[in-house]
Structure formats: structure tokens, C-alpha cells
Design a protein around this ligand. Structure first.
Ligand code: BDR
Ligand code: CA
Length: 321
């Protein structure tokens, strides 16, 4: 089997953890590194959440974890703790002696891409700060990367943190704008709406099925999605949302995509009201496409894929409690 070399750039909380599990456990994935970016919850909390995820997968110490930008390019950081809590449902473990790599994530991204030109795909599941910084710091990064899979924006549909904007693009719109103008050879966008809301929401019946599996991974899953599930239900979303793990799955299993198209994607940076809005033009406005936007996936196939993944019987590197 041809394995796919990837790096996951993450703001680790809730579904970011599940996306990391996809990268850690899917036999098709050759996960070269995890890079951390400011996003969902406090930066240090995100690092602990990544360690917890590595541990439950039994891979602690095997995958380098690099710390990246601790705030957006020009804006103040905006937390999503109101939706995610600590991002892991209160799980903890012994963190003694665990240290991330010393190299900054932006330099690591540049170096990893340069070491394997045309091979590495970066799955970007947080604000795009690290990716924009890497492109600004060393333009060869843009040429060296094979592809980006970006979770962000909505495709002519509603946002989540505001009516207009999805969280990752809202938090660092200048970074998102930079990335879509940087000239990457391939960008695939996995948007929040309508895609995630239509095809990657697990209702309570599905969550009960996962809880019944009773592996360390399934127990971990049930805890990390708990807080967001409560938040989602309070805003009319009937289940657990999985945009980040869907982005990882789309890279490793493109056959789950049932519709996608070329779009000209740009991001609003000037407005207050529509900050971070993703303008996705579908080919009739005379604009050249710069990204492929996933429009629908095999929702059942994706859910079955995650259920199978969570059924893997791992031996956690350190006990979670
Ligand atoms: C995105 O924002 C985060 O809260 C999720 O992890 C996902 O990356 C969805 O808008
Ligand atoms: Ca995320």
C-alpha cells in the first residue's frame, strides 16, 4: 500500500483529537509531524491534548510535536472554549517529562517540506497562521509542499462563530487570505457548511454505538466530544461535529468524496461584520479557481470509517484518567 506522507497542523481540542487519531492509526497515513497553532483553547492546553491523543493511540514519543504561532498574524487570539471547554472532557494523565521539539513549527514545516519536495501534504485543521508564516518566511515552502487540505470557511452558507464566518478563518483571516493567494499547487477545502453540517454530524444514536465499543479509543472519543455535543445541541446542531477528522479522511480516502468542484476562494479581512467570510466563487464570475472545495461526501462511509478506527484496540502509552 502506498502511504501518504502528511503533517497535521492543529489547534488540538475535540475533533482535532480525532483527526490526529486518523493520522496516527490509519495504515495509509505516514504522519511525519504534528504542528500546533493558536486556536480552539489555550495554547498549553492544546499541547497537553495532543499528548493525551498520542498516548491513547499508543504512539507517545514517536511523532514529533512542534509548537507554532501563539497568536494570529495581526489579530488578538479568539478562543472557542465556550464550545469545547478544555477540548478533552477533563481527561488527564501523567505529563511528567514530556517535551515538544525545540524547533519552531514554522521552521519545522519548511524543513520537512524541503526534505521531501513534492511529497508532503499538510492537513490544516486550525487557523492558518503557521502555514501563512511558513509561506512568508520561505517562499520555497509553497513550491515544496505537495498539497494542503484546509478545514475552513463555509461554501456560500452559514458560519459558526458569526453568521458569516467559520472559526478557523475568522480567527486569522489575514493568514487564510495569504494562503489562498500564495500559489500552492493544490488546495482542497473541507468547509463547515453545508458539508460538515450535512455529512459529518454524528447523532446520539451513533455516539451510543461508539460508546458501546469500549476500547480505549472509543472511551477517549466519548469524553472528548462531550462538551462540544452539549454546545452543538444548544445551537440547533443535533450531534457531534467532525470537520477536522473529515479533512484527514478526505486526504487518505478520497473515494469518500461524492462531489467537489473548482472554486476561486478568498477571505474577507476588511470588514468587521463579515471578518473571515470565505468568498467561494463557483466558476461563473470570471475568476480563476485556486482550490477544490469538497461539496459532499459519503456520510455513512465516513462514519463507518471512524467507528472502525475507534474499534482498534490500542495500548495507551500512559494511562488516561
Ligand atoms: C473548526 O473550528 C474548530 O473549533 C474545529 O476544531 C474546526 O477546526 C470548525 O469551525
Ligand atoms: Ca480545529
Amino acid at each position: 500500500m502506498r502511504r501518504i506522507p502528511l503533517v497535521i497542523d492543529t489547534d488540538t481540542a475535540q475533533d482535532d483529537c480525532i483527526a490526529l487519531l486518523v493520522g496516527l492509526l490509519d495504515p495509509r497515513a505516514d504522519l511525519r509531524a504534528i504542528t500546533m497553532v493558536a486556536g480552539n483553547v489555550g495554547f498549553e492546553r492544546q499541547v497537553l491534548n495532543a499528548h493525551l491523543t498520542l498516548s491513547v493511540a499508543g504512539r507517545l514519543g514517536e511523532i514529533p510535536l512542534y509548537l507554532g504561532c501563539r497568536r494570529p498574524l495581526v489579530r488578538e487570539w479568539v478562543s472557542a472554549e465556550y464550545a469545547h471547554g478544555d477540548g478533552v472532557g477533563g481527561l488527564t494523565m501523567d505529563f511528567e517529562g514530556l517535551a515538544p521539539e525545540r524547533e519552531h513549527a514554522v521552521d519545522a514545516l519548511i524543513a520537512l517540506a524541503a526534505a521531501s519536495p513534492g511529497e508532503i501534504t499538510v492537513v490544516c485543521i486550525g487557523p492558518l497562521t503557521n502555514i501563512a508564516m511558513a509561506a512568508i518566511k520561505d517562499p520555497r515552502f509553497v513550491a515544496d509542499v505537495k498539497a494542503l487540505v484546509v478545514m475552513g470557511g463555509s461554501n456560500n452558507a452559514r458560519g459558526n462563530i458569526t453568521a458569516a464566518a467559520e472559526y478557523n478563518f475568522y480567527v486569522d483571516p489575514e493568514a487564510a487570505e495569504t494562503v489562498f493567494h500564495a500559489g500552492f499547487a493544490s488546495i482542497t477545502v473541507v468547509p463547515w457548511a453545508p458539508l460538515t453540517l450535512a455529512d459529518a454530524v454524528f447523532p446520539r444514536e451513533r455516539l451510543a454505538q461508539i460508546a458501546a465499543i469500549d476500547t480505549p479509543l472509543a472511551r477517549f472519543y466519548s469524553r472528548v466530544v462531550e462538551t462540544t455535543l452539549g454546545f452543538n445541541e444548544s445551537v440547533g446542531i443535533h450531534g457531534s461535529t467532525h470537520p477536522d477528522s473529515l479533512a484527514a479522511a478526505v486526504l487518505l480516502h478520497p473515494e469518500i468524496v461524492t462531489a467537489q468542484a473548482r472554486y476561486a476562494v478568498d477571505v474577507e479581512t476588511g470588514s468587521h461584520l463579515t471578518r473571515g467570510y470565505a468568498a467561494m466563487s463557483w466558476g461563473v464570475h470570471g475568476l480563476e479557481g485556486n482550490a477544490t472545495v469538497v461539496e459532499s461526501v459519503d456520510a455513512e462511509g465516513f462514519a463507518d470509517y471512524l467507528v472502525t478506527l475507534l474499534s482498534t484496540d490500542t495500548v495507551p502509552s500512559r494511562a488516561l484518567r
